[in-house]
Design a binder for this molecule. Structure first.
Ligand code: NAI
Length: 428
């Protein structure tokens, strides 16, 4: 790593303009984030994070920035970088970096070395808490800075792929501090993964290509939380939806939902738009490219850029050209064009026009992130090294804040009902 990888402000020509624009984006988002607003009031008054350094690797855009600022207003020093080379909004990153107790190293379009240098720069702040989206920060600390582990009280992980990686690390006995699986809470997964990924992926593809879904065959690879959202919303835009799966129950679920379920080998021949949401690698490969129709769109909404095998596509291509901003056309020897969006990186965050999930769902996900950091600060000693479920009462607290902000009242269990649900000695 270069000795001191500079914060974003040193990468930009016109920092003042960038900061002002970034701040405008953050203000807009915050207006629609009632959960973070409510937490702001409490944290600003109580400063629960005073004395802590929070190291973050997340998609640096307006919604995340409001989480970062919330943690800083709560008394933390925060250092942040991106969790994907293409998802950073430089103006937002610059606006964050203008805060005294926030340093942002996130810059859009960095190469692999710079990406990891920026993670190292965050780690140089010696975090006591980590907040990740994809687990790159936790991995770098364990691999290269194990000496920090003793002073790290815990971490939080935002996404499915990060939680999978952490669980694998935990199984191998290699995860040395507690990390909360924020992804797995109802308040995150049932809204962010389903509605957020569904809406923002489809919207980004449509805006990037200026094409319609109506009458098209949209192939959704993976019928997990994200796939369900993409499939449902594509069907809602009059597409014929085909689902591919490897889990028999999820394949059956998709079938019972009314979608056509096919192996990718068959789906490849009939699809017009392909959207991968598996968190797995090599979901669309050479054999599929060979039979695809001319003009297909290929997009990935899973965390890493390994779902569509671009090396194989590149091998097959006679010519590659930029068809539009954010669209690379791979021209086959037989003249077919296969169009890849956002370099196969998660389309709703890495496309040039991408804005990520709608603000409302990120308010929920980041509300959970914030209360989890609070839990670590207050009760870290309760949690051993390893992956932990977020305590249900914290998730409920976030839901209640949101319902109150929306003016939605709901019922409560009576004592008799609670007793009834908690007892085993009643029957017919
Ligand atoms: P999930 O585990 O609920 O669903 C993944 C599904 O893909 C499973 O049903 C699995 O059986 C299936 N699958 C695995 N390999 C497959 C293959 N080769 N072919 C077909 N299906 C296959 O996970 P979730 O929550 O839906 O997340 C999926 C990915 O999306 C993860 O990488 C996650 O990190 C990412 N994600 C992306 C977001 C975005 O903004 N684009 C937001 C949230 C999650």
């Amino acid at each position: 790593m270069s000795e001191a990888y500079p914060p974003v402000s040193e990468h930009l020509d016109d920092v003042e303009t960038a900061r002002a624009e970034g701040r405008r984006k953050m203000d807009w988002a915050l207006q629609h984030m009632p959960i973070l607003q409510a937490l702001r009031e409490t944290y600003e008054a109580e400063k629960p994070f005073a004395g802590h350094v929070i190291g973050m690797a997340m998609h640096v855009e307006a919604k995340t920035a409001n989480l970062v600022e919330l943690l800083a207003l709560g008394g933390a020093e925060v250092a942040i970088t991106g969790c994907n080379p293409l998802s950073t909004h430089n103006d937002v990153s610059a606006a964050l970096d203008a805060n005294d107790n926030i340093t942002s190293y996130a810059v859009r379009g960095v190469d692999s070395d710079e990406y990891y240098d920026a993670i190292e720069a965050v780690i140089a702040h010696e975090p006591t808490i980590t907040v990740d989206d994809g687990m790159d920060m936790v991995a770098a600390i364990h691999e290269s800075h194990p000496e920090l582990i003793d002073t790290i009280i815990g971490g939080a992980e935002e996404t499915t792929t990060g939680v999978h990686r952490l669980r694998a690390m935990d199984r191998d006995g290699e995860l040395k501090y507690p990390v909360f699986a924020v992804n797995d809470t109802p308040m995150k997964r049932l809204f962010d993964n389903i509605h957020g990924t569904g809406e923002s992926s489809l919207a980004t593809i449509a805006m990037t290509t200026n094409l319609s879904y109506a009458g098209k065959t949209v192939v959704v690879a993976g019928y997990g939380y994200c796939g369900k959202g993409v499939a449902k919303k594509a069907a809602g835009q009059n597409a014929h939806v085909v689902v591919t799966e490897v889990d028999p129950r999820r394949a059956l679920e998709a079938h019972m939902e009314g979608y056509e379920v096919l192996p990718m080998a068959d789906a490849a021949e009939i699809g017009d738009v392909f959207i991968t949401t598996t968190g797995n690698r090599d979901v669309i490969t050479r054999e599929h490219f060979e039979v695809m129709k001319d003009g297909v769109l290929l997009a990935n909404a899973g965390h890493f850029d390994v779902e569509i095998n671009l090396d194989q596509l590149d091998d097959l291509a006679a010519n590659v050209y930029e068809a539009r901003d954010g669209v690379m056309a791979y021209e086959m020897a037989d003249g077919r064009d296969l169009n890849v969006l956002a370099e196969g990186r998660l389309v709703n965050l890495a496309s040039p026009i991408a804005l990520g999930h709608p603000v409302e769902v990120m308010d929920q996900s980041f509300g959970v992130q914030a209360v989890v950091v609070e839990e670590l600060v207050e009760n870290a000693e309760k949690y051993d090294a390893g992956v932990h479920e977020v305590p249900d009462e914290l998730d409920r607290r976030v839901a209640e804040i949101k319902l109150e902000a929306e003016g939605i009242d709901f019922d409560a269990l009576s004592e008799a009902q609670a007793d009834y649900l908690g007892s085993w000695d009643h029957g017919t």
